[in-house]
Design a protein around this ligand. Structure first.
Ligand code: FE2
Length: 503
């Protein structure tokens, strides 16, 4: 692709999917009333903190190990309602970024809304002004750019002393790591302003950051390579027919790996007034496509076929050269369909639990020599997979993830997961810890500790006590329970992803 043509595509890529007509007026919103009337104690996890949460000391039991002295940054949707109107999807809400500052027996928490242009304008107006991922509030104007509807609510990337608050449809947002002040959008290069930058960048062991962005309207996949010092090395957009919703990806030593579920964007639906989510169509006849891109030459691409399925998250991928060809092994969380995004993660916003198909940790093998792909599902329900950050793109054994312990009736009536597990993806063996029937597990991250087995660090909403709890486990004795816990004096809204930065 000629550079001039590429720049033209990139410049237009952020905006076109957003040429939506005036949203349909849908009358009064009854989701707020439904949510307020719901008697479910877990609904705290989807409540809206009225304001920022100042630095507050937690009650600590035990002592957090020296290796986890530092800061766990987390983020998630938190501003779910405004002016008596409630969003209709968990992923819509204004992002709140959190820091848990950990030092032995001392843990403090702070939470702040990300001051995106959308949030600032809407809070000032006292009502929604623009659409969101899964909601078209009545009477909103079409957005004039991707970043005008950016809610910065999905993940965080610590980079060069700052924290980037990530969404996936637009720019990253720069956050001051010490104050959580919002510093403005991150522009990697002037001609890339406003381009989609996904919430799941991958950091190679040498510090190189790889990321992508989906420009649905153009069927273009943007690719980014960022040097360890935070400067952009390369960016380009590659065409992908029937480009679906892609939330996460993987890297190996030599490749970028995209598992593309058949949830395909249809611009006509968007033009007819659908939300971005509802502009997507489940097309299982397309199967799951695995797009493999050469890291050094993005023009070298290969597509392999897997059975239709849906995913949000990938654990890790690695590659090996064999007499049968180069094999890429990639583990991911697979569901039979996309019900979770269309229904489960919507209905929680009015306090309702709708179960979707079980997401299972699945290991796929892509043979680049034969072009054939196979996969095996492990008997592990899973979400929020994380690995040792030192093994990104390299052969790994263990994935830390949320899971279930008992498929009891009680648990089935709760959203999310009740346990955390560490699963060996080669043997399928797993050890786990159940937080009990009154907890909703959030993402747990792996924290390395030199040559020792390391630690697992993560939060849960304990809705029995209506409090959020931070726990630390010895990674090789997860089943023995936490070595230290910090109990906040309040419950936080259920969040999405985080990252640990050592002191
Ligand atoms: Fe995610």
């Amino acid at each position: 692709m000629e550079r001039r043509e590429l720049l033209r595509l990139l410049a237009s890529a952020g905006a076109l999917p957003l040429l939506a007509p005036l949203a349909r007026a849908t009358g009064t919103d009854d989701w707020q009333a439904d949510f307020e009337a719901a008697g479910t104690p877990w609904k705290t996890g989807f409540a809206t903190p009225p304001d920022d949460l100042p630095l507050t000391r937690a009650a600590v039991r035990g002592r957090f190990p020296d290796a986890v002295a530092g800061t766990l940054f987390r983020i998630g949707p938190a501003g779910h309602d405004l002016g008596g109107e409630r969003y209709h999807h968990w992923f819509d809400g204004d992002g709140m970024v959190h820091r848990f500052v950990i030092d032995g027996a001392d843990v403090r928490h702070q939470g702040r809304y990300v001051a995106t242009p959308k949030r600032v304008a809407e809070v000032r107006a006292g009502r929604r002004l623009t659409e969101a991922f899964g909601t078209m509030p009545p009477g909103v104007e079409p957005p004039n750019s991707a970043d005008s509807i950016n809610v910065a609510n999905t993940s965080v990337l610590p980079l060069q002393g700052e924290v980037l608050a990530l969404w996936e449809g637009g720019s990253a947002t720069r956050i001051d790591a010490r104050t959580l002040d919002t510093l403005g959008v991150k522009t990697w290069r002037p001609d890339l302003a406003g381009m989609p930058f996904s919430a799941h960048p991958k950091v190679d062991p040498d510090g190189t950051v790889w990321n992508f962005g989906v420009s649905s309207g153009q069927s273009l996949l943007a690719l980014y390579e960022i040097a360890p010092d935070g400067t952009l090395r390369r960016a380009a957009a590659v065409p992908v027919p029937d480009l679906p919703m892609v939330h996460d990806f993987a890297v190996t030593e030599r490749h970028l790996v995209f598992l593309m579920p058949p949830l395909v964007y249809d611009g006509k639906r968007k033009e007819a007034g659908a939300s971005f989510l509802d502009a997507h169509v489940w097309r299982p006849e397309l199967g799951m496509r695995a797009l493999v891109v050469d890291k050094r030459n993005w023009d070298k691409r290969q597509v392999l076929a897997l059975p239709a399925g849906f995913l949000f998250h990938v654990g890790n991928a690695w590659e090996e050269d064999t007499p049968r060809g180069t094999l890429i092994h990639v583990d991911y969380v697979r569901s039979d369909n996309a019900d979770s995004v269309f229904t489960t993660n919507r209905e929680v916003m009015r306090g309702r639990r709708v179960k979707s198909t079980d997401p299972l940790l699945t290991v796929a093998t892509l043979n680049l020599g034969t072009g054939k792909a196979t996969q095996t599902a492990l008997a592990q329900e899973a979400e929020f997979p994380r690995i040792d950050p030192r093994r990104v793109g390299l052969r790994h054994r263990h994935v830390v993830h949320a899971t279930q312990v008992h498929a009891t009736q009680v648990r089935r009536e709760l959203p999310g997961f009740g346990a955390v597990a560490r699963t060996d993806v080669e043997t399928g063996r797993s050890q786990r810890f159940s937080y009990g029937p009154q907890a909703v597990v959030e993402e747990h991250v792996f924290v390395p500790d030199g040559s020792r087995p390391g630690w697992v660090l993560g939060t849960v909403l304990d809705f029995g006590r209506q409090k959020t709890v931070l726990s630390c486990f010895a990674a090789d004795h997860l089943g023995a329970g936490p070595v230290a816990q910090a109990l906040l004096p309040y419950a936080l809204p259920l969040g999405l992803h985080g990252a640990f930065v050592p002191a």
